[in-house]
Design a protein around this ligand. Structure first.
Ligand SMILES: [Ca+2]
Length: 344
């Protein structure tokens, strides 16, 4: 029997791949879906990369801002080291502002503004946290507040805030119980202050805070009052029962030569009736605060550095906080604050 051979031509013919019309449509939709999916993934990756790039730019700019601020701090340290206090304008004309300097930076509109504040011509309320000398300084603080035309009962609240007990002082004192009625509630510090922001927690009338805050210092270490920059409210706090004649004589001495040493001050004739301790006094500034603001393009960053000058004359930063300082500057009526107010 002869086996029938399949024609070669027929065996090599490709199969017929023609799809029905409906299947062609499904394939097209599938292809479009895959394309859409890939496009979406690509867009998502691009968007993620763009966000990453923005974050990196922000971080780089933050580093740049911080470096500029620390550069400003270095300038402030140098300025304070070389400060000739005898050439400063009188306290009554400039108050606590020692210097304000604006430095233009590389790009148009970028700048750094540095304000230096005298934080020596004020009363160190942290003395009230030291039980051994609290009573004497509580009385001094009461006299300061009275001299500034405010209710001396506000000293009660300050004493309770920093003293280590929960005994209410005087008619204006408040301990934990008072502050626990607020929402959110909080407690007294019962220790020395480290930032002026704590003063906002006392819930004083804004007028009281506006007058008193610049006069309240929060030194980490008592360095004594500066007898050569000693405005009258501080005289009223420290010097008791001065006659009008003694006051005039004392201020005449301040306005002329001042005091070359603490001994000079202790031997001043108009102070003969006072009980004065040498360690309560000094003849120059130990504490200056630097408020530094840097603007780079759309971004601003601020630094509040607290500076201390040792008795040997070297200056170092003992406190540094990054964050807006406009609220604090507003208490010192700084020129830059007015300019910023106009910009905003
Ligand atoms: Ca207390």
């Amino acid at each position: 029997m002869i086996k029938q051979r399949v024609p070669l031509k027929t065996a090599k013919q490709p199969p017929d791949f023609k799809l029905p019309q409906e299947q062609k449509g499904v394939a097209l939709i599938m292809a479009l879906m895959v394309f859409a999916l890939v496009s979406a993934m690509a867009a998502s990756v691009m968007s993620y990369l763009a966000r990453e790039r923005d974050v990196i730019e922000q971080v780089q700019q933050t580093v740049q801002l911080k470096q500029q601020l620390l550069g400003g701090e270095a300038w402030a340290i140098d300025y304070f080291s070389q400060l000739e206090e005898s050439s400063l304008p009188e306290f009554t004309s400039s108050k606590w502002l020692l210097k304000q300097e604006t430095f233009p930076l590389e790009q148009d509109g970028d700048e750094m503004v540095i304000s230096l504040l005298d934080r020596q011509s004020c009363f160190n309320i942290n003395l009230l946290a030291n039980e051994a000398i609290a009573e004497l300084n509580y009385q001094r603080l009461q006299r300061l507040i009275t001299s500034l035309g405010k209710n001396p009962n506000l000293a009660d609240q300050i004493k309770d805030w920093v003293d280590g007990d929960q005994d209410i002082t005087g008619a204006g004192g408040h301990e934990d119980e008072f502050y626990q009625n607020f929402s959110p509630s909080f407690r007294t510090s019962d220790s020395a202050l480290v930032s002026e922001t704590e003063m906002l927690l006392w819930r004083w009338q804004s007028q009281d805070l506006a007058v008193l805050l610049p006069w309240l210092c929060i030194w980490p270490v008592e360095m004594g009052a500066n007898v050569n920059r000693f405005p009258e409210p501080l005289q009223d706090a420290y010097l008791v029962d001065m006659t009008q004649e003694q006051k005039q004589k004392f201020n005449a001495r301040l306005d002329s030569a001042g005091f070359a040493s603490v001994n000079d001050f202790l031997e001043e004739e108009s102070l003969a009736d006072q009980t004065l301790e040498k360690e309560d006094w000094r003849i120059n500034m130990a504490y200056v605060d630097a408020l530094i603001q840097v603007t780079l393009g759309e971004r601003k960053m601020s630094l509040h550095t607290r500076l201390i000058k040792s008795n040997a004359g070297d200056v170092r930063a003992y406190g540094r906080s990054y964050g807006p300082t406009d609220w604090l500057e507003s208490f010192f009526n700084l020129p830059s604050n007015e300019t910023n107010g106009q910009k905003q």
